[in-house]
Design a protein around this ligand. Structure first.
Ligand code: T1G
Length: 708
C-alpha cells in the first residue's frame, strides 16, 4: 500500500498495519492507506475478515495535530475529512477487527469504533482527549461512542478527555475482548471467529439500544453538564462535546455527524483551541535544550535524599517514592521528622480514601522513604535535594555539610524558589554538581520543576535533571540564575501591580475577581494567602538591601504580616478564613489599612476599571518575561508560558502570558506599557524585545522560531 500503511495476509485474514512513528498519528497518507486496504480486501475473495493494528509502540494516537494549523490558516480543508473513510471501513462486508495496544486516542478511537469489533491488550488506553486541545471529536466519536457505551460514559469521556483503561472500556462496551499475550494472533483468531459465525458485520452507527432510553439520556446529559460547570470553567469545547453527544440521542447518525462537524469547526477556529494546541506542543518543546547533545550521558538516579521535612520537603520526597526511587528523608530532630512523616502519611491516606491509590501502593511507597536525622547513608545517594528555610546562610551551611558526606558525582540540588544558585554552589568545591530544582507547592501535585542552571552546572547535571523531571512525572523547564529565577521574578511584578492597584483604589476582592474571571485558578491576593504571606515577607527582608532609593514598593503587605496575618495558615491575610475553610472573606480592617496607608503616602485613590486591573497585572508579566528572554534566562517564550500554566495556575486556554500577548497583539501591549510608564514611571520601562517585536510586527512565537 504505502510505507505508512501495509496490507498483509494471515491465511484468510487480512492485516492492515499502520507504520507512522512515533504515535501512528493520522497524518496525510494514513487514512488514505487504510481506505485503499479496505477497498483491496473488499475485492479479494480469499479474504474472509481483516484486522487493523498499529505498528510500533501504539495504535493510532489521533489525528495529526500538526495539520490543524494548516486548517485554521486556510492552507487546508477546514474539516478532519475522516468520516468518508470511516464509513468505508464500517460498510466493509467482511468483519474488520481493530487490535489496540498503547493508546487509541481521538481519531484513533474513532477509527476503532468504525471497525466492527475491537480487541485490546489489558494495559491499553482508549480516550477522546480532543477537549484538552480545545476541540471536540471530529470524526464521529460523539455519535458512535454513546451507541457503544451509553450517553453518560460518552459525555464524560468527550467532555473531559481522560484515558480509559482497557478493562474499564470492556465493561463499558467500547471494546469486545481483552487479549492476553500476542495481540495480533489473538485479533486474527477473533476475526476468523466472526467471519465463521456468518453474522453480518456489526456497524456501530446502527446500534441504538444504548441511546434509546430518552430519560436515561437526559439524566446522563444533565450530569455531564453539571460536571462541566464545576470542572471546565470558561471552556467552550467541553460544553460543545456534551451538545454533540446530545445530538446523537436526538438525530439520525448522518445528521448527528454533521452537527458534530459544525461544533468541531467552531472549536477549532477558537482562540482557546489555538492556545491549547500551543500548550500541547509547548510541553514537548521545553524538553529540548539547545547546546546539550541529544546523547549526553546521564547520571543514573537510583537513590535520592531530601533535606527538610516541611511542606516542600515532604512533597518532594513523595515524588521520588511515587517514581519508585528509594529516598532518605532527613530532618534535624526526631520531633520534626515525625511531624514531616506524619504529613506524608496523611497525604497518601487522603489519596487512598479518594480511591486514586490502593493501600498496597501506599505501603510500597512509604517503604521507599527512609526517615533519618543523620547523614549516615548519604554516600549512597545519587542526588540530594535541599528544601529548608529560604535563608542563604542556612543553605550554604547545609551544602558544605552535604558535600562532605556524598560521592563526588552526586547531584546537589536546591529547592530554593529565589536565592542565588551560584552563591549556594560557592559553599562547595564542586559547583558543577550544583543546580536548582524549584518545585511548586504542593510539590507532590504541581506538575512542573523550574530547573535552575548555575554558571558551572555541568551538561550531565542539567540533562539528568531534565530527564529526571519526566521520571518524576513532572515537566522540567530550564532557566537561568537570577533573583526569583523566571517564575517568581515575573510573579513579583504581577504581585506588585496587584498591590499598587489596591493602594490606588481597587478592592482586594475586585482585583482577584478580575483575574479569576480571566481564567486564573486564583487571584493574586488569594494566592498570596494560600502560599503564606510570611514566605514572600522573609524574601523581601532578604533582598531589602537591593531596593533602589525612591523606588515605589507595595506598602501594605508588610504591615499585614507585622499583624501576624500570614494568610490561610493564620486564619487571615488579605482575606479572613473560617477554621478549616479555604473560602476567602473580605476583611474591613484590611480595606481600612489600605486606605490609611495610601492617604499617608499621598496616593490619590480613584475608581479603577476591571480592564486596567487585567492589563496592568498581565502586561507586567509580559514585560518582565520579555526582559528575561533578552537576558537568555528563559530559552523560549513557550518555556515561560508552560511555567506559568503548570506552576502559577495560568489558564491553558489562554496559552500562557507570552502567547496571550501575541493574541492581543504586541503593538497594543507595547503601547499600553508605554502608557503605564508615563503614568507610573520607571517600573514600566518597556522591555527592548517587546519594543522591537511590536515595531517590526512580529510575535513571541516568531522569536521562538529563531531559537529552533
Ligand atoms: N499529532 C501529531 N504529533 C503527535 C501527536 C498527534 N496526535 N501525538 C503525539 N505527537 C508527537 C509529539 O509532539 C512528540 O513529538 C511525539 O509525537 C511523541 O509524543 C479526528 C480531531 C500518545 C499519549 O490528543 O497524548 O484526533 O516532541 O512525547 O509521552 O476527532 O503523545 O518528539 O517532536 O507525547 O509517549 C487527539 C495526543 C488528536 C493525543 C504518547 N489525540 N498525544 O505520549 O510521547 S485530535 C491526542 C498524546 C483528534 C479527531 C481529533 C501523547 C501520547 P516530538 P509524546 P508520549
Amino acid at each position: 500500500m504505502s510505507e505508512l500503511v501495509s496490507l498483509t495476509k494471515d491465511g484468510d485474514v487480512a492485516v492492515i498495519t499502520i507504520n507512522n512513528p512515533p504515535v501512528n498519528a493520522l497524518s496525510p497518507g494514513v487514512p488514505e492507506g487504510i481506505a485503499e486496504s479496505i477497498a483491496a480486501i473488499q475485492k479479494d475473495d480469499s479474504v474472509k475478515a481483516a484486522v487493523l493494528i498499529g505498528g510500533g509502540r501504539t495504535f493510532i494516537a489521533g489525528a495529526d495535530i500538526k495539520e490543524f494549523g494548516k486548517m485554521t490558516s486556510g492552507k487546508k480543508d477546514r474539516g478532519v475529512g475522516l468520516n468518508p473513510i470511516l464509513a468505508e471501513i464500517e460498510d466493509c462486508t467482511k468483519p474488520v477487527v481493530c487490535a489496540i495496544h498503547g493508546t487509541a486516542f481521538g481519531g484513533g478511537l474513532e477509527t476503532a469504533m468504525a471497525c466492527h469489533y475491537r480487541v485490546a491488550v489489558p494495559n491499553a488506553l482508549v480516550g477522546q482527549p480532543e477537549c484538552k486541545l480545545g476541540i471536540i471529536p471530529g470524526a464521529g466519536g460523539t455519535q458512535r461512542l454513546p451507541r457503544l457505551a451509553g450517553v453518560a460514559v460518552a459525555a464524560e469521556m468527550c467532555a473531559f478527555g481522560d484515558p480509559v483503561p482497557a478493562p474499564k472500556a470492556l465493561a463499558a462496551g467500547i471494546i469486545d475482548k481483552l487479549i492476553e499475550g500476542d495481540l495480533l494472533a489473538g485479533a486474527v483468531a477473533f476475526a476468523r471467529e466472526q467471519a465463521a459465525s456468518g453474522k453480518a458485520p456489526r456497524k456501530t452507527r446502527d446500534l441504538t439500544d444504548k441511546i434509546s432510553n430518552q430519560a436515561e439520556n437526559e439524566k446522563g446529559l444533565a450530569a455531564a453538564r453539571d460536571a462541566v460547570k464545576k470542572r471546565s470553567r470558561g471552556l467552550l469545547a467541553p460544553k460543545r462535546a456534551v451538545d454533540a453527544v446530545e445530538a446523537a440521542t436526538k438525530l439520525p447518525f448522518e445528521q448527528g455527524v454533521a452537527k458534530e462537524e459544525e461544533y468541531f469547526k467552531e472549536c477549532l477556529f477558537s482562540d482557546q483551541s489555538k492556545a491549547m494546541i500551543h500548550v500541547f506542543f509547548g510541553e514537548r518543546a521545553v524538553a529540548k535544550i539547545p547546546g546539550i547533545a541529544k546523547d549526553q550521558p546521564l547520571i543514573e538516579i537510583k537513590r535520592a535524599a531530601v533535606i527538610g521535612g516541611g511542606t516542600m520537603g515532604g512533597g518532594i520526597t513523595m515524588n521520588y517514592a511515587n517514581a519508585g526511587i528509594p529516598v532518605l528523608f532527613k530532618e534535624v530532630s526526631q520531633e520534626a521528622l515525625d511531624k514531616g512523616l506524619g504529613i506524608i502519611k496523611k497525604n497518601y491516606a487522603a489519596t487512598v480514601a479518594k480511591g486514586r491509590l490502593t493501600q498496597k501502593q501506599m505501603d510500597d511507597r512509604l517503604a521507599l522513604i527512609e526517615p533519618t536525622i543523620t547523614y549516615d547513608k548519604f554516600n549512597e545517594a545519587d542526588i540530594v535535594v535541599e528544601a529548608v528555610f529560604e535563608e542563604m546562610a542556612l543553605k550554604k551551611k547545609i551544602f558544605a555539610e552535604v558535600e562532605k558526606v556524598t560521592r563526588p558525582d552526586a547531584i546537589l540540588a536546591s529547592n530554593t524558589s529565589t536565592l542565588n544558585i551560584d552563591e549556594i554552589a560557592s559553599s562547595t568545591s564542586r559547583p558543577k554538581q550544583v543546580i536548582g530544582h524549584h518545585f511548586f507547592s504542593p510539590a507532590n501535585v504541581m506538575r512542573v520543576i523550574e530547573i535552575v542552571r548555575g554558571k558551572q552546572s555541568s551538561d550531565a547535571v542539567i540533562a539528568t535533571s531534565m530527564a529526571l523531571s519526566k521520571k518524576l512525572n513532572k515537566v522540567g523547564i530550564l532557566v537561568g540564575n537570577c533573583r526569583g529565577f523566571v517564575g517568581n521574578r515575573m510573579f513579583h511584578e504581577y504581585q506588585r501591580e496587584a498591590q499598587f492597584l489596591l493602594e490606588e483604589g481597587a478592592k482586594v476582592e475586585q482585583v482577584d475577581a478580575v483575574l479569576y474571571d480571566y481564567g486564573m485558578a486564583m487571584g493574586p491576593l488569594a494566592v498570596g494567602d494560600l502560599a503564606g504571606l510570611d514566605v514572600s515577607w522573609r524574601i523581601r527582608k532578604e533582598f531589602k538591601h537591593l531596593e533602589k532609593p525612591g523606588e515605589r514598593v507595595p506598602l501594605v503587605s508588610d504591615q499585614i504580616c507585622e499583624q501576624g496575618r500570614y494568610g490561610q495558615k493564620t486564619g487571615g491575610g488579605w482575606y479572613d478564613y473560617e477554621p478549616g475553610s479555604r473560602n476567602p472573606i473580605p476583611n474591613a480592617g484590611v480595606a481600612k489599612l489600605i486606605e490609611e496607608t495610601a492617604a499617608k503616602a499621598g496616593i490619590k485613590r480613584r475608581e479603577i476599571s476591571n480592564e486596567e486591573i487585567l492589563e496592568r497585572t498581565l502586561y507586567s508579566l509580559v514585560n518582565e518575561g520579555a526582559k528575561i528572554l533578552s537576558e537568555g534566562l528563559a530559552l523560549r517564550a513557550v518555556d515561560i508560558d508552560m511555567l506559568y500554566i503548570l506552576g502559577y495556575g495560568f489558564p491553558a486556554h489562554r496559552g500562557g502570558p507570552m502567547w496571550y500577548a501575541d493574541t492581543v497583539g504586541l503593538k497594543k501591549v507595547y503601547d499600553k506599557v508605554c502608557e503605564f510608564e508615563k503614568q507610573h514611571g520607571e517600573l514600566w520601562k518597556p522591555a527592548p524585545l517587546l519594543k522591537q517585536l511590536a515595531e517590526s510586527g512580529q510575535t513571541f512565537a516568531d522569536f521562538d522560531k529563531t531559537k529552533e
